[in-house]
Structure formats: structure tokens, C-alpha cells
Write a protein that binds this ligand. Structure first.
Ligand SMILES: Nc1ncnc2c1ncn2[C@@H]1O[C@H](COP(=O)(O)OP(=O)(O)O)[C@@H](O)[C@H]1O
Ligand SMILES: [Mg+2]
Length: 368
């Protein structure tokens, strides 16, 4: 390995930005590739702006990089494969192939790994939609198989939904209908794994969403009888995929059961707390795993942490905040409804203190 390896990131959003910010102290350099010229990672490193099918630009990018990784899973597999011919890439592009398609992902979990997932049906026609909705007892989520994120491309289905009208609006795509899981809570497991199969878990994260977008993460999630299974499932998935890097697995927890919802082959919003809350952040460990240097400790710095997302706009309190305990992360993106533009983290020594800090922070963020 070069003394100062250059790492390329396909996708130049806030995950790429935070990977770089945590990689610079290790001596790494960064180049980002993104089709949009104001991609926010460009604020912290060199940005190549080109479409993912532009092989000349991809080659120029790959030649500058000792290693390449991704900041989101919807990078075309063909682009990742092309880059893989010119340099080292992690995780393997075949992982994207599965993670980009909700149906393939669910089939991997249920058929190949025998892991619990909620009922699901492939939907490519109106008659398949009718059959699936009936089988789900009129209680489900219709989702595009591809390109969905932050709740986009999803339609809640209930007995009141006018299916004919819905289908006339969306006909033409490939969908999956998932039976609604009436969960008590949502959790995620973040695992870092290297090519030798060595791995490390972060504490279990408890996640709250609004309209399909993550709003808050609390760590560690209060342990339940299901918690050990969460780690076991994530490890099975990572081992099966021969996974290299950080992998996140989202799950729904009901009274007696854990259902796997989806995986993200990358660092994840529910792991942002690890920047201040863990000895080694998820970003640093993703890079360590990919470059084959020993994984850092995933232990928590203080016992507890929470992260609150800023969705749509940067809170007006900004830098004038007198909250000394709060860590601010402003990504440098334009405000837009439903868009993640930043987040804040608090850490604490015990659960009560964390709760109080979260309440205070929520008030502060709400304050105009
Ligand atoms: N089958 C389901 N049952 C209950 N809630 C669901 C289901 N599918 C999605 N949701 C809710 O919507 C959120 C976003 O859906 P998800 O499948 O994770 O898609 P995305 O890729 O947009 O994150 C979930 O975190 C959960 O809160
Ligand atoms: Mg999700």
C-alpha cells in the first residue's frame, strides 16, 4: 500500500463527506465521483462531476485511486464493475446488485439464509397487485424494487386505498408488496468486516422514522430477548456476502420476533452517532476494513449517545447555540423538503442524562 493511499468514493453526498473527514487523520486522500456538481463531498475534496455511464471519466477517476468504495447503493453496478477493472473496490460490486433490488434482497434473507422477513410478493401487474394486497390482509407497503431511499417510492396500502387509481399512476415499474409489520420498535446493526472475516459490531441502535425518513437514533437500544439474534443475523448476511467494509442491517422488532427489513452496503445514518459516541467511528472502520488495516474499537466513548437528523432545513439556532454538549454536523447542502441537511449528536453517561439531553436538543432544534 502507498504511504498515503487515495480513496475514491462513488457518490458525493454526506456519507462520502464524513468518510473523508474521518479518513484524513489516517493520512488518506479522497476523490469523489458524482453526477451533480454541487455534491456536498466536494466541499472537502476533489470532485469529478460526470454521469455514471461516462467511462472516460470513470477511468480517469479510477486511475487516481488506490481503493474505491461507495456512498450509496444505487450506483449502477456497471460503473462499479468498470472501476473494479482499474483499481480495488469494496464491498464487491455483486453486493450492490442485491442491495439495489428489494426483491433480491428479501430472497437472499429468506431463501438463501433462512432468516425471518415479513411476508412479501413480487408485483409486476395489476392482477399481481390485487392478489398480493389480498394476501396481506389489505395492510402493506407497496415499494419500487429499485432506487428507493428515505421512504421514497413507497405507498402505504390499507383497505381504503384505491388500488385501480394507484396502479394507473405507477403502472410500468417493478414492485414488491410487503405486509405491514406492526413492530414495537426498529433497530439496526452496524457491522464492520474485513476480507479475513474479522468483524466488530457497534452497539444495537434504536431508530425512529417519520414518513419513512430516519429522525432519531438512540444507542444502545435497551437489550431485549431478541437482541442477540440481531447481531447473529447481521453476521450471517455479512459472511454470506463475503462482505468487506461496514454493513448495516435494519430490522423490525415485535413481541417475540425480529424481522429483517433491509440492508445498506455502506455506512449508515443510524451510525452517525459513532463519530463522537464510539472510540472508532463507522466511517473510519469502513475504511480500515476496506484497506485491510486492523479494525478500531467499536466500544462507546461514554455509555450512551443519540443522533437527531435535520430534515429539510438547517435549524435556525445554528452556531448561536449555547448548548455546549451538542455536536453539530452541517453537510453544506441546499435546504429542500425531505432532504437530510445535517444532524446533531449528544453523548451521556447514563440513560436519564441522555433522555434529558435529547429532550433539550429537540426543544432547541424546534426553536425558531
Ligand atoms: N413492511 C413494513 N412494515 C412496517 N413499516 C415499514 C415497512 N416497510 C417500511 N416501513 C417503514 O418505512 C421506513 C422506510 O422503509 P425502508 O424499507 O427502510 O426503505 P428506505 O430504503 O426508504 O429506508 C421503515 O424504516 C419503516 O419505518
Ligand atoms: Mg430503510
Amino acid at each position: 500500500m502507498n504511504k498515503f493511499p487515495t480513496i475514491g468514493i462513488l457518490g458525493g453526498g454526506q456519507l462520502a463527506q464524513m468518510l473523508a473527514l474521518d479518513g484524513y487523520p489516517l493520512g488518506f486522500r479522497f476523490v469523489f465521483f458524482d453526477p451533480t456538481k454541487d455534491a456536498c463531498a466536494g466541499l472537502v475534496g476533489k470532485l469529478i462531476v460526470a454521469d455514471y455511464n461516462n467511462e472516460i471519466a470513470l477511468e480517469e477517476f479510477a486511475k487516481q485511486c488506490d481503493f474505491v468504495t461507495y456512498d450509496f447503493e444505487n450506483v449502477p453496478v456497471s460503473a462499479a464493475e468498470f472501476v473494479a477493472k482499474n483499481t480495488q473496490i469494496f464491498p464487491h460490486p455483486s453486493v450492490l446488485e442485491v442491495a439495489q433490488d428489494r426483491l433480491k434482497e428479501k430472497v437472499l434473507f429468506r431463501e438463501q439464509l433462512n432468516l425471518p422477513v415479513g411476508d412479501f410478493y413480487a408485483v409486476d401487474s395489476y392482477s399481481e397487485l390485487l392478489f398480493a394486497v389480498k394476501s396481506c390482509g389489505n395492510d402493506g407497503f407497496l415499494k419500487t424494487r429499485r432506487m428507493g431511499y428515505d421512504g421514497k417510492g413507497q405507498y402505504r396500502i390499507t383497505a381504503k386505498t384505491n388500488l385501480k387509481e394507484l396502479w394507473s399512476q405507477i403502472d410500468g415499474g417493478s414492485f414488491i408488496l410487503e405486509k405491514a409489520v406492526h413492530f414495537n420498535r426498529e433497530v439496526s446493526v452496524i457491522i464492520a468486516r474485513n476480507a479475513q472475516g474479522e468483524h466488530a459490531f457497534y452497539e444495537l441502535c434504536e431508530n425512529k422514522h417519520k414518513q419513512g425518513i430516519l429522525t432519531t437514533t438512540l444507542v444502545p437500544a435497551v437489550a431485549s430477548e431478541n437482541s442477540p439474534k440481531a447481531f447473529e443475523y447481521a453476521q450471517k448476511i455479512a459472511d454470506k456476502l463475503n462482505y468487506v467494509g461496514v454493513l448495516t442491517v435494519e430490522m423490525f422488532e415485535t413481541d417475540g420476533c425480529l424481522f429483517i427489513n433491509e440492508m445498506a452496503p455502506r455506512v449508515h445514518n443510524s451510525g452517525h452517532w459513532s463519530i463522537e459516541g464510539a472510540v472508532t467511528s463507522q466511517f473510519e472502520n469502513h475504511l480500515r476494513a476496506g484497506l485491510g488495516i486492523p479494525l478500531g474499537s467499536t466500544a462507546m466513548q461514554s455509555g450512551y449517545a443519540a443522533m437527531i437528523n435535520w430534515i429539510g432545513e438547517i435549524p435556525s439556532v445554528g452556531f448561536t447555540s449555547k448548548e455546549k454538549d451538542v455536536h453539530w454536523h452541517i453537510y453544506g447542502k441546499q435546504n429542500r423538503p425531505g432532504r437530510k441537511v445535517g444532524h446533531s449528536t449528544v453523548v451521556a453517561d447514563n440513560a436519564e442524562e441522555l433522555h434529558q439531553k435529547v429532550v433539550n436538543l429537540a426543544k432547541l432544534l424546534g426553536a425558531k
